[in-house]
Design a protein around this ligand. Sequence first.
Ligand code: APR
Length: 349
Amino acid sequence: MPLFVVRNDITKMHTHAIVNAANETLLGGGGVDGAIHRAAGPELLEECRTLGGCRTGEAKITAGYRLNSRYVIHTVGPVWHGGYFGEERLLASCYRNCLKLAVEHHCETIAFPLISAGAYRYPKDKALRVAMDTITDFLNDNEIMVYLVVYDKDVFQISSRVVSELTSYIDDHYVDAHTNRSLESQRFPRMYSESDCSNRPQSTFRPVHQPVCAEKTIAAPLPGFSTGSLDDVLSTIDESFSEMLLRKIDEKGMKDSQCYKKANIDRKLFSKIRSDKFYKPSKPTVLSFAIALELPLHETKDMLLKAGFALSHSNKFDIIIEYFITRGNYNIHEINEALFAFDQSLLGG
Ligand code: APR
């Protein structure tokens, strides 16, 4: 099951459980702790009083009361003291223990804040990496949908070098589709001119380099498009997206589960794609698989085309993906950090 990184207030999430970044008393505080107690109402504190506190790295569960969630799972993250006092191990155990409790209570969805990344001063980028790695590792063997709720934008400490490189790459490639007329002429093939139409049989197509036909506008055929009957044409239909995906998984020597988990795609969605040769995925889904399979740019474009899409230079999301693929960087965390920094939706998010 996938891990989604979303920007939200955790008290607004509609998941079966939300996680509280508490302190060892479990008697409330500021930050997430304060927000959750305020949203849940006083009954939450009353139940917390019965728990006898919680040790750092461990987790305890209560009802959600007035929250949209059935449960609140309280955990206590480590305070950052420089990283030499077992902070990473303790933080990872927070995520693992919360996930175990959620699965034990049959939760199908859970939302985490970035534990310890606030008052406990854990560096946000390190805290994010521990969260992503621990959750992803747990999802290799368990089925639960996880939302990592990021509250402030500076979580992704994307390097200023990448930001400036990406900014100039986007400036060089970004084309505003509303103002660039020349793009339109590339979108639609040229039509025939009047002088060249009189003696042409109008029922067949002609190569696109012929002049435009004023009164008869017959679109020129796509390159490689046969000019036989419709049955002939349909009998030569290309490999579908689904067929190409399965072929590439085999060529890469990957298992299906390895691929869809690396692509951060839900098992149920993958089985739909696998069972329906003509399944039409979304563009982010195609790109997530292209990243997981580490396809070069031309194969990524080919896979997109089979799903009816193209990389567009009037879409910053596409340009950022193209930037990473052309540099051979398929690290989905780094790609998501860049997408997040440029206010784009995330892969698998
Ligand atoms: N929704 C989602 N995330 C939030 C919210 C919210 N409503 N409020 C804050 N955050 C983010 C912060 O921006 C930070 O990235 O949650 C992360 C954790 O910050 P804290 O709440 O300060 O938690 P933590 O760093 O673990 O410190 C815990 O703070 O509130 C006290 O009682 C708590 O003593 C404990 C300590």
